[in-house]
Design a protein around this ligand. Structure first.
Ligand code: ZN
Ligand code: ZN
Length: 108
């Protein structure tokens, strides 16, 4: 949707490499991590993105369980490394997106 990201930039929520994801996982029909079918079930949008290597457009989504586990770990890791987030009180956009996904996973 947005082309504001530089090609090398990673997206806030990290998902498995394209080669490790099934077609269903790449289009968000099943969880990007556990491959549980998401159709008709609550799911968290992990943010669509282009995969530079394969040239594919990915629409990864995840089940609430995986989101709570995986995104939580990513958020903790990010916060420990990010200069902006370790400054008291301010969060960078990546962190905001991780928090959004995590909040959604906890709500579902
Ligand atoms: Zn899952
Ligand atoms: Zn940050």
């Amino acid at each position: 949707m947005s082309t504001a990201h530089a090609p090398a930039e990673t997206f806030p929520v990290e998902v498995p490499p394209v080669g490790d994801m099934s077609e269903a996982q790449q289009c968000g029909r099943s969880c990007a991590w556990c491959d549980r079918v998401l159709l008709g079930r609550p799911a968290v949008d992990l943010g669509e993105r282009d995969d530079a290597e394969s040239g594919r457009r990915l629409f990864p989504r995840a089940c609430p369980d995986c989101t709570r586990d995986r995104v939580y770990v990513q958020l903790v890791t990010h916060t420990a490394r990010c200069g902006q987030c370790t400054d008291a009180g301010t969060y960078c956009p990546d962190s905001a997106e991780l928090r959004r996904a995590l909040r959604e996973g906890r709500r579902l």
